[in-house]
Each structure stands twice: as structure tokens, then as C-alpha cells.
Design a protein around this ligand. Structure first.
Ligand SMILES: Cc1ncc(C[n+]2csc(CCOP(=O)(O)OP(=O)(O)O)c2C)c(N)n1
Length: 286
């Protein structure tokens, strides 16, 4: 049975085609991508929820970043169906997880867009960090390295080892924490409680986003606005934030939480993150 994609999705054979769309069209293309996944997986089988949860994030990532030059690493990889469909594998999607067909997980031999082969959880930050170090050696300073990791996978020791190293050597990388409060089952533990706390500290996050927004506009006048903004931000943090931020404590610039289903806001935040040197982190919440 042939599943027909919507009109915008039908014209996308690579992220370059996606980039031709106007920002206002991203909502529609996200809807078409979600429908296409639902229609296909309903018939041919496969993982469902994880990919549906990151449809807007997937569209925003490929809209903003220059993949595959910018390296996008999906943790576990069961949420990468949208990524596969947007990167030239739409026609093969009905063969997903079948003998001789498309792999259900990112696979480096399958596509240059699959920067890392996955299946096991909690490897993405370390992998993206390794890629960032390699780019540095090769003096490829225009390259970004993005790890997309779920709140479940974030709880593993490997993730913390990688954060620990990334914050020390400060290479150019971005961690997108896909905080949908769901692992195989609802998440548990102290990290989950902490993430709920920072998600609810909306006042701090909103004021801070606005501050950096203004900074972006002023930066063309020289480095001073950055220094002023950092001072204002530090003062604001001390008064507004009840607890210190885990990611900031590890030397990551932290943004968010961002509504993980607001594709246009995601595009704006990812565009900001793209130009920040060193490690940064953003939470996309459900
Ligand atoms: C080392 C390891 N342990 C267990 C699993 C099984 N597993 C697959 S998906 C998943 C949950 C991932 O949850 P989360 O990181 O929150 O991502 P989401 O599904 O929400 O995108 C687990 C535990 C695995 N892939 N690797």
C-alpha cells in the first residue's frame, strides 16, 4: 500500500528542500510529517511515540543546522523516523525494520546524515563531544555537533561523564534535552524532580531569553553589550533562580525550557544556540 505524503513533505528529498520553506510553513510540514509517520507505522509497524514527540524538533534542527556537515546525534535513535524521512529516505520508510530494508535506528552506512550508529542509550553526548574534538583538531570551526537526548537517557552515568568532560574542555557542542517526562515508563528519580523544577522556573527563563535576544541585536556594536548582559544575567540569576542550574554549573550555557512543539520558537532558540561558542544546552519540554 502506498502512503501519500502531504504536498510540502512530498517536495522534500533533503534538508536543503526543507530550508526552501518559509518559517510560516514549518507548522504545516510538521503536521504532514507526523501524519506520514502515523499512517506508515500503523501499517508497517515500528516505534511510535518517541518519533511523534520530536516532529517539530526534527524539523527545526534540519531547518537551522547545516546537516550533515553539522553533526546531529540522536540518543538511542528510536526517535529518528522524522529525521530519516527528511533526509532522503521517505520512499524507503515502509521497509523500516524489515530484512534488507531501512534500519529502525540511525546507521552510518545508511546515510551521511546518520552521524552516529545507535541503539544503546546515553551515548549521544559523548559521541557529539568526540566529534567536536575531532573538528577542532581539523580546524573545522564552522561545524556544530548536536546531541539530542531524552530525559531517561540523561540519567545514565555515561551522559554525566560526557557532560563533565564537555564542560571542562569547552568545545563547540549543543545538547538538546528532550524532556518529555517519559522513558519506557514515566521517569523517576532526583534528576526528574530537578528537571521539573527548572521547567517551572518560567520567570527566570523568560527574562533571560529576552535579555539574550536584546544582546543578539546589540552585539554588532561591539563586545560590551555581552559583558553588560552577563553581569545583568548573573544578578538576575541570583535573585530569581531558587536553585542553581545543573548545566550552568558544568559550564554549559543553558536555554529554555522551550515548548518542544512550537516549531517557530524552536527555530529561533536553535539559531541563537548555533552562534554561541562552547558547550550549550537547551531543554525542549512537552
Ligand atoms: C543501555 C540501554 N538500556 C536500555 C535501553 C532500552 N531503551 C530504549 S528507549 C529507552 C527509553 C529512553 O527514554 P528517553 O531517554 O527519555 O527517550 P524518549 O523515549 O523519551 O525519546 C530505553 C531505556 C537502551 N536502548 N539502551
Amino acid at each position: 500500500m502506498i502512503i501519500e505524503p502531504g504536498p510540502l513533505l512530498a517536495a522534500i528529498s533533503s534538508p536543503d528542500d526543507l530550508k526552501k520553506l518559509a518559517p510560516e510553513q514549518l507548522v504545516q510540514v510538521s503536521t504532514e510529517l507526523r501524519d506520514f509517520i502515523i499512517d506508515t507505522v500503523s501499517i508497517y509497524g515500528g516505534h511510535f511515540g518517541a518519533s511523534l514527540g520530536v516532529v517539530e524538533l526534527t524539523v527545526a534542527l534540519h531547518y537551522v543546522f547545516n546537516t550533515p556537515h553539522d553533526q546531529l546525534v540522536w540518543d538511542v535513535g528510536h526517535q529518528a523516523y522524522g529525521h530519516k524521512i527528511l533526509t532522503g529516505r521517505r520512499d524507503r520508510f515502509p521497509t523500516n525494520r524489515r530484512y534488507g530494508g531501512m534500519s529502525g535506528f540511525p546507521k552510518m552506512s545508511e546515510s551521511p546524515y546518520d552521524a552516529f550508529g545507535v541503539g544503546h542509550s546515553s551515548t549521544s553526548i559523548g559521541a557529539a563531544l568526540g566529534m567536536a574534538v575531532a573538528s577542532d583538531y581539523k580546524k573545522e570551526f564552522d561545524r556544530q555537533h548536536i546531541a539530542v537526548i531524552g530525559d531517561g537517557a540523561m540519567t545514565a552515568g555515561m551522559s554525566f561523564e560526557a557532560l563533565n568532560q564537555a564542560g571542562a574542555i569547552r568545545n563547540n557542542m549543543i545538547v538538546v534535552l528532550n524532556d518529555n517526562c517519559m522513558s519506557i515508563d514515566p521517569n523517576v528519580g532526583a534528576l526528574k524532580e530537578y528537571l521539573t523544577d527548572i521547567t517551572t522556573s518560567r520567570t527566570y527563563n523568560k527574562v533571560r531569553d529576552e535579555l539574550w535576544n536584546v544582546l543578539g541585536k546589540l552585539s554588532k556594536f561591539g563586545p560590551n553589550p555581552q559583558q553588560i548582559a552577563r553581569k545583568v544575567e548573573a544578578a538576575m540569576k541570583a535573585t530569581l533562580m531558587k536553585q542553581s542550574n545543573l548545566f550552568e554549573a558544568l559550564n554549559f550555557r543553558y536555554f529554555g525550557p522551550v515548548d518542544g512543539h512550537d516549531v517557530q520558537h524552536l527555530v529561533a532558540v536553535l539559531n541563537d544556540l548555533k552562534s554561541i561558542p562552547g558547550p550549550s544546552c537547551c531543554t525542549a519540554s512537552r
